[in-house]
Design a binder for this molecule. Structure first.
Ligand SMILES: Nc1ncnc2c1ncn2[C@@H]1O[C@H](COP(=O)(O)OP(=O)(O)OP(=O)(O)O)[C@@H](O)[C@H]1O
Ligand SMILES: [Mg+2]
Length: 364
């Protein structure tokens, strides 16, 4: 067996999402051969890649069929998370991907989904930040058990930057860390826009694979300000299955899709998709209707990212500062993990196939 034989075999293995083979995509590194043992590394486009195992077994098959039927194949994985930013403004320059979690309707679970997405990506090996961009109703301090915490400031090249607060292995920041809970934020209009602009950019995030933005409900000025301030890779739309939520989700899709904005939709996730009582784990009750989010995704030809069940422990964990992904309920964690996996897959596909990510220029 030679390195050339191995590369030849691996050039028949497709990366399942990107439609090209591992060698063409430059994903194979450090091939070593010793007798019947073959060692090499596959460089993934995201650490949380759910297709790892499939790629490993396809590689093994290819080598055994084409090179040596007795080969023992040892695949190691690393990741170099893809990004497709054009950095004309260098805003948050160490951040590879900025993912905005949005909904049309309030209360459908954006903050819950954003927090658990961030934690699931971290669990998969990515470096992750979570920014609570909901200046009217910040949730991160409660969800992460960080009420009353105050972030430090740091001087970077003569500029004062806010240092995010770390919890559960991710960096978080919320307007709730800066403003007293009792003094509800009363910013409106231009004042809110300029505050959020500063609040989003003057932060020392460092190097991140993913920065998740927990957005306010609706489709307002804050959303437009954010896409004009930082290069948003794409948005994840959260909806619940009932018609009133779906109607509002359509407004969000329309807003990000309009000609002057054009921020890609990574996909739709259906939260509170069904209720399962703890004592009857096989029963699913479709309280808010069945698969409304899935149908919406089909109707708009947008990726469907998954279903999150309605579970009491999700609500309790959110209130107690212990998000589901760091809690004990394995069924719920599995749902969030699968959703996160499908999401990063679609982000990698987006980075490979769609126009570069840039700040949206002035919206008239
Ligand atoms: N899948 C779920 N199962 C049980 N409770 C949930 C689920 N998703 C969210 N919740 C609960 O519903 C409430 C609203 O969720 P959350 O704050 O995440 O929504 P939101 O869309 O961010 O709201 P807002 O529009 O006010 O920002 C919270 O108490 C949360 O714990
Ligand atoms: Mg929220």
């Amino acid at each position: 067996m030679t390195e050339k034989d191995i590369l030849q075999a691996l050039s028949t293995v497709q990366e399942p999402d990107l439609g090209k083979d591992l060698v063409t995509l430059n994903m194979v590194k450090d091939i070593k051969i010793k007798d019947n043992d073959v060692f090499f590394t596959i460089v993934l486009t995201t650490p949380a890649c759910p297709m790892k195992d499939a790629m490993a077994s396809a590689s093994e098959n290819a080598i055994r069929t084409m090179v040596n039927k007795d080969a023992k194949v040892h695949v190691n994985f690393t990741a170099n998370t893809t990004s497709n930013r054009v950095d004309q403004r260098q805003t948050l320059k160490g951040v590879k991907n900025i993912i905005a979690v949005v909904s049309g309707k309030g209360g459908v679970g954006k903050s819950t989904v954003a927090a658990n997405l961030a934690l699931a990506l971290k669990e998969g090996g990515a470096s992750v930040g979570l920014m609570d961009a909901d200046i009217y109703g910040p949730s991160v301090p409660i969800m992460f058990g960080l009420r009353g915490e105050r972030p430090m400031m740091k001087d970077v090249e003569g500029k004062g930057l806010i240092v995010p607060i770390e919890k559960y292995g991710i960096k978080t920041l919320s307007i709730g860390f800066l403003v007293d809970e009792k003094n509800a934020v009363v910013w409106r209009g231009p004042m809110a826009s300029s505050a959020i602009r500063q609040f989003v950019t003057d932060v020392d995030w460092g190097e991140l694979d993913y920065l998740v933005l927990d957005m306010p409900p609706g489709t307002g000025d804050i959303h437009l300000t954010i896409v004009q301030t930082v290069p948003v890779t794409g948005v994840i739309v959260v909806t619940t299955p009932q018609d009133v939520a779906l109607a509002d989700a359509k407004k969000a899709i329309a807003m990000f899709g309009q000609a002057q904005v054009k921020v890609p939709i990574i996909g739709i996730v259906e939260n509170m998709a069904y209720f399962t009582p703890e004592e009857l784990p096989d029963n699913k009750y479709y309280i808010f209707g069945k698969e409304g989010g899935k149908r919406l995704a089909e109707e708009y030809d947008i990726p469907f990212l998954g279903q999150i069940p309605l579970v009491q422990s999700i609500r309790e964990g959110g209130d107690q500062g212990v998000p589901a992904m760091v809690g004990k309920d394995e069924v719920t964690k599995k749902a969030f993990r699968e959703f996160a996996g499908v999401s990063v897959r679609n982000i990698s596909i987006r980075n490979a196939n769609m126009p570069k990510t840039a700040v949206v220029e002035m919206i008239k």
